[in-house]
Write a protein that binds this ligand. Structure first.
Ligand SMILES: *[C@@H]1O[C@H](CO)[C@@H](O)[C@H](O)[C@H]1NC(C)=O
Ligand SMILES: *[C@@H]1O[C@H](CO)[C@@H](O)[C@H](O)[C@H]1NC(C)=O
Ligand SMILES: *[C@@H]1O[C@H](CO)[C@@H](O)[C@H](O)[C@H]1NC(C)=O
Length: 276
């Protein structure tokens, strides 16, 4: 090869290397959550810009479970991981389909794409996927107002039905979303399911508030959303109102807690003034 030609070739190769440092438009299509026992297709999009594909590898928490190498025969290889069953017949260079996913395969799913010569680039992306058990039924609100007449707070609990992982819950007072709970906890129930409870303590709830309507919402990722029935509370003794926010607010979070308290008071005051 003449020197000029090899120089041009080298410049060309260097340009390819610098312009193609990473694969263009790589994108993972991994759902945040999937129902246990269902099948799911994980997608990995990439643009090799005319370079040949060398391999696509899929990992769960660093354990490789699927490999696609077009030069090999057959191009697909599956590495068994318990609870993780690849449907080879519908898996290819972009998609891998898992059948009947087990509850314990939640984790970080990673796709690694490598280009063949002359680029040899490798890029990986990862995304978490949780195998979830969706609740049966709806959340419930229970109210204890027995303490009111002794000057103690009104206690409202929102109970989500059991799920895995624990559901997110949101309480509404007179249709206003309450931004925080006084306390919140998770109880383990049978079949390794979890039940979330959030408790709101409203002190000084009195007649001037009128009737309080309480409702709660439970969500599990995008797989489940349900509302409780609405519960009406008619307190009979008027008192100045305040809110007790509890031990979930500690340490460095105190500024945020002050904010939360402020917003909670604000939303409750808004509810009250609308009523007047
Ligand atoms: C998942 O559960 C199966 C039994 O159902 C067990 O054999 C396997 O080791 C578990 N896998 C992981 C990754 O914990
Ligand atoms: C990958 O799966 C998606 C959706 O499941 C589908 O639209 C796409 O055509 C599939 N691509 C290949 C190459 O199989
Ligand atoms: C709960 O909400 C948080 C914040 O929106 C979200 O990141 C998380 O995935 C949700 N968890 C569940 C189980 O829905």
């Amino acid at each position: 090869m003449r020197p000029a030609a090899s120089l041009i070739l080298m410049v060309f190769v260097l340009q390819r290397i610098s312009s193609g440092k990473s694969l263009k438009g790589m994108r993972l299509n991994v759902p945040r959550a999937v129902r246990a026992g269902h099948s799911v297709t994980l997608g990995c999009e990439y643009d090799l810009e005319d370079a040949p594909l060398y391999s696509v590898k899929w990992y769960r928490d660093n354990g490789e479970f699927y490999r696609y190498v077009p030069k090999e025969e057959p191009p697909t290889r599956v590495f068994p991981l318990p609870g993780l069953h690849v449907d080879v017949s519908v898996s290819n260079a972009h998609n891998v389909t898992l059948m009947s996913v087990g509850r314990n395969i939640s984790g970080l799913f990673q796709c690694e794409v490598s280009a063949d010569a002359p680029l040899f680039h490798t890029q990986m992306m990862s995304s978490p996927m949780t195998v979830a058990v969706v609740p049966v039924g709806v959340p419930t609100v229970s109210v204890d107002k027995a303490g009111l007449e002794h000057g103690r707070p009104l206690i409202a609990d929102c109970n989500a039905p059991p799920s895995y992982p624990a559901s997110n819950i949101t309480l509404y007072v007179n249709d206003e979303r309450v931004p925080a709970y006084t306390s919140e906890w998770i109880t383990s129930v049978e079949d390794h399911l979890e039940r979330k409870t959030g408790r709101l303590e409203l002190s000084g709830v009195g007649g001037s508030w009128g009737t309080l309507r309480l409702r709660c919402e439970a969500t599990l990722f995008r797989l489940y959303r349900a509302y409780s029935l609405e519960v009406e509370v008619r307190p009979d003794t008027p008192q100045p109102a305040s809110v007790l926010l509890g031990p979930s607010n500690k340490g460095e979070k105190s500024a945020a807690s002050t904010n939360r308290l402020f917003y909670l008071l604000l939303s409750l005051i808004a509810v009250r003034s609308r009523r007047c």
